[in-house]
Design a protein around this ligand. Structure first.
Ligand code: ADP
Ligand code: MG
Length: 483
């Protein structure tokens, strides 16, 4: 638990997150229009999305399945009957004047999520509910000096609002929550988790209290669009509230905005109460009824999820918890790892995936699905390390060449004659040459400058174009120098 020091003693943060996750589906929640990101403004708008008079919403079954799948992935209760309500408010980009959402009877009830914290620690956080709702359109203020434009492409897109219990106690836990939730949603294929494109958006609710006291009044920080910003927003907001209370102020229930340019939050409006929205059941829609069989079919199709995957990677391959967790974050990474590690050293394979391959992917800015080096190719490189053809050092160069040329490791080794030198005779001859050339350094070494050992190793490696087996060079040098 992270406590903050104030003038009146220690303070504890209380955090609950509301996450809006865009449902992966070809259509919107109540219309057949596409929901693809980045389309030309107002090209994906049906008459329903534009709220033309007399249009009727028709539920998209895929969106319902996705919400149920998400609920099951979060060990949550699935409600066989749920109700769509109108949430009334005015926004220029909300043509009907209300959003269709779920209020008192959401499709998914209580669930749980396990956070992976530093040092292998875990912590369970409650999910209060998940409901389905429509997204609003988008006002564009930067297209014209004096006019605001409206893009309705997003209007009516299906969102899952995933509400957590106020169970988190530090910004780090909030970050771990978002990471884990994103990972699970991506495994399930219910949301792509892309925060830059807005398919995952987070509202952070923050309050402070002295440990053991009742919860304080919360502020809600709206639409924070990166994991780092969520952390910064919570940190700032908790400090602000502590300072306020310690100076005899009162925290108001309000909605605040995070300003990423200076890492502060500022008041946007006092928070509406639910009665402000005058929720009532949408008369255009019957209560949504699903049956247990529908739920069970979806349950049967669930993939192995991150927690189970991590456990299995540990037991099946003997990986450390941290390594297994890293590989299990993304399903594609775990698949890649399992494919390349077949018949190979699991620990070595893990090091190459989480070290060198991740480095390559980061550098080229692509995900593992678009990796320039396939699992089979990286496996081939590993084989050349295991059979002594390549040293770890040479293998790194070969990987770089594989990325550049798209060629197999074995082909590159042949073409570039990269096979490592393991012939003792050859290495001894190279060592002798180096010692002959550097008689001055040799004298210094003998006079006690031990550090020069590394210099000699370096010279031999240089002379052999990096191909001498480093272990053997060390051995031979030690023998010759009598150390
Ligand atoms: P609203 O729609 O008014 O924001 P919700 O029920 O959708 O209300 O969400 C409330 C969120 O605030 C939840 O994530 C909950 O965990 C969190 N929360 C409730 N009380 C507190 C509190 N005292 N401090 C911090 N977070 C809180
Ligand atoms: Mg809410």
């Amino acid at each position: 638990m992270t406590l903050l020091q104030g003038n009146t003693g220690d303070w504890e943060m209380v955090i609950g997150l509301e996450v809006h996750a865009q449902v992966i589906s070809k259509a919107k929640l109540f219309s057949g229009a596409a929901a693809t990101f980045g389309a030309e403004p107002n090209t994906q708008v049906s008459l329903v999305d534009a709220a033309m008079p007399g249009m009727l919403p028709v539920i998209n079954q895929i969106a319902v399945e996705q919400a149920v799948r998400t609920g099951l992935g979060l060990n949550a209760k699935i409600n066989l009957v749920s109700v769509f309500d109108r949430k009334n408010y005015f926004y220029p980009d909300l043509p009907p004047g209300y959003q269709i959402s779920q209020f008192s009877q959401p499709i998914v009830g209580h669930g749980t999520i396990i956070l992976d914290l530093d040092g292998g620690e875990t912590r369970e956080v409650g999910i209060t509910r998940i409901h389905l709702e429509q997204d609003a359109g988008k006002s564009l203020h930067d297209q014209h000096p004096s006019h605001t434009f409206v893009d309705l492409n997003r209007s009516g897109v299906a969102l899952m609002e995933i509400v957590s219990e106020p169970d988190m106690r530090s910004p780090e836990e909030a970050v771990a929550y978002l990471r884990k939730l994103r990972s699970i949603l991506r495994y399930l294929g219910t949301c792509d988790g892309n925060m830059e494109q807005g398919s995952l958006r987070c509202d952070a609710n923050v309050s402070v209290r002295h440990p053991g006291e009742e919860f304080g009044t919360r502020c809600e920080i709206k639409n924070v669009n990166s994991v780092r910003f969520v952390q910064q927003a919570i940190e700032y907001e908790a400090r602000r509230q502590i300072e306020l209370v310690e100076n005899n102020g009162v925290v108001e229930l309000e909605t605040r905005l995070f300003d990423s340019s200076n890492c502060t939050t500022r008041s946007m409006r006092s928070k509406e109460e639910s009665h402000d929205y005058r929720y009532f059941p949408d008369p255009d829609l019957l209560p949504l009824e699903i049956d247990q069989e529908f739920v069970e079919n979806i349950r049967a199709s669930l993939p192995e999820l991150p927690d189970a995957k991590k456990e299995r990677l540990m037991s099946e391959y003997g990986l450390a918890e941290e390594d297994a967790g890293l590989l299990a974050t993304e399903r594609a990474t775990a698949d890649f790892y399992e494919e390349m590690t077949k018949g190979r050293d699991p620990k070595l394979a893990c090091n190459w995936v989480t070290g060198d391959l991740f480095g390559v992917l980061n550098k080229s800015g692509v995900g593992i699905e678009e990796s320039p080096v396939s699992a089979a190719m990286l496996g081939g490189l590993l084989d050349l390390i295991s059979d002594g053809t390549l040293s770890g050092r040479l293998a790194k160069d070969v990987l770089e060449a594989m990325v550049e040329t798209g060629k197999e490791a074995a082909v590159l080794v042949k073409e570039r004659q990269l096979k490592q030198i393991t012939d003792t005779g050859v290495i001894e001859a190279e060592v002798d040459k180096v010692l002959e050339v550097h008689t001055d350094k040799l004298a210094e070494y003998k006079a006690g400058k031990d550090k020069l050992f590394g210099f000699f190793v370096g010279q031999v490696m240089k002379a052999t174009g990096g191909k001498a087996n480093p272990g053997m060079v060390n051995e031979v040098l030690k023998a010759k120098l009598g150390s």
